[in-house]
Design a protein around this ligand. Structure first.
Ligand SMILES: [Zn+2]
Length: 355
């Protein structure tokens, strides 16, 4: 069996622990099988599958790891940019080394057999060039008609069939075939505030709302630009509502689509995520708030938890992801770890560069 170090090098892992006030944690302890999974699953593990993992993953090792770390639920890569199961949705590209395997299905079955809740993890934001060439109009373009590209992938437009048909088809396929407890999404908000889209879907939608053309300049003193901001926030809420409708319809009343939120308010604004409205609509938040800045220490976790619970309600379960790796030597996390893990983190850096 491969060593733990091998696995940390090959497959990044994250742990997530829910932020809960004391009384709430006590309530969770006394949860019964009647309590929905999202109110009693507090300790999560996440495997970040890569496209070559179908060749090398050791599911037995992961099951032992889940048991050793006493997680109650696992987050498993399912689809979006890349599929880890034999999808039938056109342009939903299967992972390079997936072959005939159904890796998402195998891991989901193993987790369910072990009594764990499963989050199917999506990334609903971008696609490769082949997809872009086939459906240019599904992707965001700037005022000069150039597509927005990030890490060689094309960013999808939130007003296009990518979000209206393509992603819902995938959610339906996964929910009905595998029955995961729910869905997370690494990146579901589409273009950011500094990436205004001028495609025909956007032009049409904005004109229907305001009677005006899309503003060409970011000018906060212009009421039309402020309307553009509000229109963008509203669209993200519509997407959340629609994805939840689809997953509940295909996977049952508790099959919720949770997405992913950030803890930094500045970032939330740049990606048009309305904390107050989103928290009002969901019983659970998955929070990505890992990076540590010079002026912030570990206490920042508590500060963020206090702020988000104040806004979103103290009854909300908010698991926060903490990586078991460092992306770069300068990208520190809001976590502490034993020395062997730090050393393995550095090994991972060289491993990633080499691959
Ligand atoms: Zn657009």
């Amino acid at each position: 069996m491969p060593s733990r170090r091998t696995f940390i090098k090959s497959t990044a892992a994250l742990t997530l622990a829910a932020s809960l006030p004391h009384g709430r944690a006590a309530a969770a302890d006394s949860a019964t099988s009647e309590t929905p999974w999202y109110q009693r699953t507090l300790r999560w593990g996440q495997t970040n599958l890569t496209e070559i993992d179908p060749l090398r993953i050791d599911i037995g090792w992961w099951r032992a790891h889940w048991k050793r770390t006493r997680v109650q639920g696992v987050v498993i890569n399912a689809g979006g940019i890349v599929a880890f199961y034999p999808t039938e949705v056109p342009f939903h590209r299967r992972a390079k080394e997936l072959g005939n395997r159904d890796l998402f299905g195998e891991l989901t079955r193993a987790a369910h057999d072990d009594g764990l809740a499963v989050f199917a993890r999506m990334d609903s934001s971008r696609a490769d060039e082949a997809f872009y060439r086939a459906h240019r109009d599904w992707f965001a373009h700037d005022a000069d008609g150039k597509p927005y590209i990030w890490n060689e992938l094309y960013i999808a437009c939130v007003n296009s069939p990518y979000y209206q048909e393509y992603i819902p088809s995938i959610l339906r396929e996964i929910a009905s075939r595998y029955r995961p407890e729910g869905f997370t999404d690494n990146n579901w908000n589409g273009p950011m505030r500094n990436q205004p889209c001028f495609c025909t879907y956007c032009e049409r939608s904005f004109r229907a709302r305001t009677g005006a053309a899309l503003p060409r300049v970011a000018n906060w003193n212009d009421p039309l630009y402020r309307e553009w901001i509000m229109w963008n926030y509203a669209r993200r809420l519509e997407i959340r509502d629609e994805f939840n409708r689809v997953t509940r319809e295909a996977g049952g009343e508790h099959c919720i689509w949770v997405g992913m939120m950030a803890g930094a308010q500045n970032w939330q604004s740049r990606v048009f995520r309305d904390d107050r409205e989103v928290y009002r609509r969901t019983p659970m938040i998955m929070l990505d708030h890992q990076r540590r800045f010079d002026t912030e220490g570990f206490q920042h976790n508590a500060e963020t938890g206090k702020r988000l619970h104040s806004v979103g309600g103290w009854d909300k379960v908010i698991p926060e992801s903490i990586a078991m790796y460092h992306l770069t030597e300068h990208n520190f996390r809001l976590a502490m770890k034993p020395e062997p893990d730090v050393l393995q983190g550095h090994a991972l850096i060289s491993g990633r560069i080499a691959s």
